[in-house]
Design a protein around this ligand. Structure first.
Ligand code: NAD
Length: 295
């Protein structure tokens, strides 16, 4: 298949390389990044998109996606599919889908989970919004870049699924970290705490598969000095998207709101930027109920 790939950063580069390695003809564009293996670089996003059967975008946010979409949609051939894999707000996803449809194109919003390691290994999960026809057309590419693709519904449904999942993730990580910090102060050994909770009703993905305590439970960024992994600022981005979506539809999400406020404080005022989102544990460790304990 002839594929255009726009946005070749941490996620986009290995995804594009996997498509090329599977034998597809991939034309890439990124104003900064260099060519991933097997990808021929184009001079502009429009040039990468022109003549392609599928154009994939993997960009930082909704406003950049909207700008790039304005550039590539007129360059795409009728009947081609625009597949946006970035994590963006539901509104931007729906606007881009409407513009694509108006131009005689198919489109899907298809954000991913699985992070940089999943992108490199080709084991991402895709959450997909759009028509059945569009989904079927891109599904073979999802099979190369990932291990699972769920068709969630109409345009925007993929982003909705991603935002809801990551709101649960942020809330659960905070709950897991504050419980470890409480256990410390109660004199409960972290390993014992893990042994109990990971097989009791408090278990979760954050406890069992991404344990935020170094040397305990699953191997995770906690065992590597809290180097990301999934950076705290990306968690904050997704939590903000969840609150923006909740406001737009008047949904009551008090836990999501608290998680957003805590990650905001952590990232913007407490030096959490550049650390894994599980570094909430050392943050709680260094605090009392009234604030930081110093030292
Ligand atoms: P990144 O910043 O590494 O990559 C984004 C790329 O887009 C950069 O290379 C940048 O140069 C390029 N770009 C910016 N403006 C552009 C433009 N106008 N035209 C073309 N390219 C442009 O980010 P990433 O980690 O690859 O994440 C991409 C998306 O995937 C984000 O929406 C992110 O939320 C989502 N995501 C990331 C992860 C992760 O673990 N990194 C996991 C799941 C989802």
């Amino acid at each position: 298949m002839k594929i255009g790939f726009v946005g070749l950063g941490n996620m986009g580069a290995p995804m594009a390389a996997n498509l090329a390695a599977a034998g597809h003809e991939v034309a890439g564009y990124d104003p900064v990044a260099s060519a991933p293996e097997g990808v021929a670089m184009a001079e502009s996003a429009a040039a990468a998109a022109s003549g392609a059967e599928v154009v994939i975008t993997m960009l930082p946010n909704g406003s950049i996606l909207r700008a790039v979409a304005r550039e590539i949609i007129p360059a795409m051939k009728k009947g081609a599919v625009l597949a946006d894999c970035s994590t963006v707000d539901v509104q931007s996803a729906r606007e881009v889908a409407a513009e694509a449809e108006e131009a005689g194109l198919l489109s899907v919003d298809a954000p991913v989970s699985g992070g940089v390691t999943g992108a490199a290994a080709g084991t991402l999960t895709f959450m997909v919004g759009g028509s059945e026809e569009a989904f079927q057309r891109v599904a073979p590419l999802f099979d190369i870049m990932g291990q699972k693709a769920v068709h969630c519904g109409a345009a925007g449904a993929g982003q909705a699924a991603k935002i809801c999942n990551n709101m649960i993730l942020g809330v659960t990580m905070i709950a897991t970290c504050e419980a470890f910090a409480l256990a410390d102060k109660l004199g409960l050994d972290r390993q014992k705490m893990y042994d109990v909770v990971s097989t009791s009703s408090g278990y979760s993905w954050t406890m069992n598969a991404y344990t935020p305590a170094p040397g305990v439970g699953a191997k995770s960024p906690a065992d590597n000095g809290y180097k990301p992994g999934f950076a705290s600022e990306l968690m904050l981005k997704d939590l903000r998207l969840s609150q923006q979506a909740a406001e737009a539809v008047d949904a009551d999400t008090p836990m999501g709101a608290v998680a957003t406020a805590l990650y905001e404080q952590f990232v913007e005022r407490e030096g959490g930027a550049g650390t894994d989102f599980s570094a909430m544990l050392p943050r709680f460790e260094a605090r009392s109920r009234s604030g930081p304990t110093g030292g």
